[in-house]
Design a binder for this molecule. Structure first.
Ligand code: CA
Length: 236
């Protein structure tokens, strides 16, 4: 199962270590950035499911990072939880339209943070919190580990299942082969980019039965996406 990824943009090493430990224990994949510039780079490259953003960051302040994330097409809708030091800027954050979805004042308890993250993810990306994700006539049930198309069971190998699970959480979004490799195989595994094509081919074959439309769009030299519309024509 692909885990929701969280970018931790924070320059205090001890806090990053603590966050990583707790977030990974909760099943999240953790990305790190130690300053504002790096946060923007990692957010654009990795497209995290949520960003934990410290208000006081070197290079670019958290508030500026937040503003720029909101200004860019690929990160416009990413949920952002801001961290502030007590008394520092929390009143301003409360008063400003920062574009953040929530904020926490340091020091905070991990239990509180985890509860807030779950709430934000549930509100903004219900597909990350619910067992059954549905796009068009395709339904993926994470609890039962089952996929159905137009009510018919679809049998998938473990890799094809993880591919579909990733694509279905972001309908319409184009993923490069490299992004799919990272998300489905993991960034520490060496797999050739062509392997992605092979497994997308198998996933297509399993999904497209009895003349149903191909829901997977091939974007030449860019990658693949799963489209919301079930009437999309096969592009390859
Ligand atoms: Ca800081």
């Amino acid at each position: 199962m692909t885990k929701p990824s969280i970018l931790v943009a924070e320059d205090e090493g001890a806090l990053v270590t603590l966050l990583r430990y707790n977030l990974e224990r909760e099943g999240y994949r953790v990305l790190e950035a130690r300053d504002g510039e790096e946060a923007l780079l990692v957010a654009a490259e990795e497209q995290p499911d949520l960003v934990i953003l410290d208000w006081m960051l070197p290079q670019l302040s958290g508030i500026e990072v937040c503003r720029r994330l909101r200004g860019r097409q690929e990160t416009r809708n990413v949920p952002i939880v801001m961290l502030t030091a007590r008394g520092e800027e929390s009143d301003r954050i409360r008063g400003l339209d920062t574009g953040a979805d929530d904020y926490l004042t340091k020091p905070f308890s991990m239990t509180e943070l985890l509860a807030r993250l779950r709430a934000v993810l549930r509100r903004i990306r219900p597909s990350l919190a619910e067992d059954v994700v549905q796009v068009g006539d395709i339904a993926l049930d994470r609890a039962a580990h089952r996929v159905r198309r137009a009510g018919q069971d679809v049998h998938l190998g473990p890799t094809e299942y993880r591919l579909l699970e990733h694509l279905i959480q972001h309908p319409g979004r184009v993923f490069s082969r490299e992004q799919l490799l990272d998300a489905v195989w993991g960034s520490d595994v060496y797999v050739e980019a062509r392997t992605v094509d092979v497994h997308v081919g198998r996933l297509r074959k399993a999904l497209n039965v009895d003349g149903t439309e191909d829901p997977i769009r091939t974007v030449r030299s860019a990658g693949y996406s799963l489209d919301e519309s079930s009437t999309v024509k096969a592009a390859s």
